[in-house]
Design a protein around this ligand. Structure first.
Ligand code: KIV
Ligand code: ZN
Length: 511
């Protein structure tokens, strides 16, 4: 009999700490519903004390999700724990995840606390959390650089105080598999009460070993892995959920554990998170990259055609890759549109929102006769479907571009309801277009990233553009999709500006 491996997804908390990846409440709800559909055991829905918006999002997720445990992060202090407890109160199954840093560098330089004070705070936090919730997780931040004996001491104290899960994070992505596995094994052997709790691992990817380290910890006895969709997360990201899950499943001959994940939901989850956060998935990314199951070389193709297993160790369908599916067209009605969205996990709450989304769908169907799931996902990722968030709105755009001539753009935006015009030249049509937007918006932001992807194949495919802007240390991603990539670029830029205006600053729990 295999043991159960708990999949703890932290896309909505650690993943959201990536620059520009912050999500609105509606976006978080969509991701949470997809995670539930995928049968993730625990969804870390956010850090309740970060902002009223985060609190609200966790609460809505706790109300909506029934089949996964909903968790909030809390620093080891009373205010955070009370806030987390309040946010997860409506959950069918809730968890409070409290943490404190335990490495000498973090205790001295960040917390300015002595080791004794840190143990005291951890115990008090776990005890308080247990007053609200039976399911409490304790993490020792920067466990990777913490003294081993001190880790044993604090974990023993946290278990005695009532923690049911003990998480060992490689916060800075410093470990290597042999060392990380050994540390997990030694902790489980040494800490009194270790057999009463679930041991968990949480690895960052700074040296590209987050998944390998997580799997080494599983081999050594960890029974929970903390991970994110597409490996999203601070800096180089966290362990990628899809890689951990598929490694355990594909190498069932090696791992003594199994997960309850519905793997066919992996690719939809990957696309949803990428679309919402504006973090594209590299084509050669394991499991969810566009090339992960493509065979370019003639030799491989020949082998795969003769016998699939010559070069393939997994089935593309098992992780949710399907042929581009023609789903809707120009004659599809509102109900067909709404129910296809529901099948994709996109629930539209208000009539007004549905009307707006449907008229955008009709516009797209006029330009592009075959509408695929990917088109719908891109359409719905475009934040302009949420009317209250539109400070800037694209009214019209005219771009002149000719060989030998300087490209010129004329832009009309609606700014809080009143129309404004801007003209600009540029080194290319996109450059001219962005400059024309800035003539109107005057945002003083810096463009950090501009990328274009085609959503489906064919020359009538929609181009999906990501724009990353920074202002005063804040970073946001904007996305736009259209069959005309200049229009998609303008939409992405405007979407990023709207995010700069509408998304409030958040507190990072670890800083
Ligand atoms: O990386 C880390 O240490 C964390 C903790 C808050 C668990 O994200
Ligand atoms: Zn982390």
């Amino acid at each position: 009999m295999k043991e159960h491996l708990v999949i703890f997804d932290t896309t909505l908390r650690d993943g959201e700490q990536s620059p520009g990846a912050s999500m609105t409440k509606e976006e978080k709800l969509r991701v949470a519903r997809q995670l539930e559909r995928m049968r993730v055991d625990v969804i870390e829905a956010g850090f309740a004390a970060a902002s009223p918006g985060d609190f609200d999002a966790i609460r809505s997720i706790a109300e909506a999700v029934r089949d996964s445990t909903v968790c909030s992060l809390a620093r080891a202090n009373e205010g955070d724990i009370r806030r987390a407890a309040e946010a997860i109160r409506p959950a069918a199954s809730g968890r409070i995840h409290t943490f404190i840093a335990t490495s000498p560098i973090h205790m001295e330089k960040k917390l300015r606390m002595s080791p004794d004070q840190v143990v005291e705070a951890a115990v008090a936090a776990v005890r308080l959390a247990r007053q609200f919730c039976d399911d409490v997780e304790f993490s020792a931040e920067d466990a990777v650089r913490s003294d081993f004996d001190f880790l044993c001491r604090i974990f023993e104290a946290a278990i005695k105080a009532g923690a049911g899960t003990i998480n060992v994070p490689d916060t800075v992505g410093y470990s290597v598999p042999s060392v990380w596995g050994e540390r997990m094994r030694a902790l489980i052997e040494r800490v009194p009460g270790a057999d009463k709790v679930v041991w968990s691992t949480h690895c960052h990817n700074d040296l590209g070993m987050a998944v390998a380290n997580s799997l080494a910890a599983v081999m050594a006895g960890a029974r929970q892995v903390e991970c994110t969709i597409n490996g999203l997360g601070e800096r180089a990201g966290n362990a990628a959920l899809e890689e951990v899950v598929m490694a355990v499943r594909t190498r069932g001959d090696l791992f003594p554990v199994e997960t309850r994940i519905d793997t066919t939901q992996i690719v939809p989850a990957s696309k949803l998170v990428s679309g919402i956060t504006g973090y594209p998935v590299q084509p050669n990314k394991a499991i969810v990259g566009a090339n992960a199951f493509a065979h370019e070389s003639g030799i491989h193709q020949d082998g795969v055609l003769k016998h699939r297993e010559t070069y393939e160790i997994m089935l593309a369908q098992d992780v949710g890759w399907t042929q581009n599916k023609l789903v809707l067209g120009k004659h599809s009605g509102r109900n067909a549109f709404k129910s296809r969205l529901a099948e994709l996990g996109i629930v539209i709450e208000s009539e007004e929102h549905l009307n707006l989304a449907f008229s955008r769908f009709k516009e797209l169907a006029d330009k592009k006769h075959e509408i695929f799931d990917e088109d719908l996902q891109a359409l719905m990722s475009d934040e302009t479907v949420t009317p209250e968030q539109e400070h800037f709105k694209l009214v019209s755009l005219r771009v002149a571009s000719e060989t030998g001539e300087t490209p010129r753009a004329r832009m009309t935006l609606s700014v809080d309801g009143s129309e404004k015009h801007g003209d600009a030249d540029g080194s290319g049509p996109v450059d001219a277009c962005f400059k024309a937007i800035e003539r109107i918006a005057d945002s003083s932001s810096e463009l950090l990233l501009y990328s274009v992807n085609s959503i489906t194949s064919g020359t009538d495919a929609q181009g999906e553009v990501t724009v990353r802007l920074a202002r005063n240390g804040r970073v946001v991603n904007g996305q736009g999709a259209d069959t005309d990539i200049i229009v998609a670029s303008a939409k992405a830029y405007i979407n990023a500006l709207n995010r700069l205006v509408s998304k409030p600053e958040k507190v990072n729990p670890q800083v």
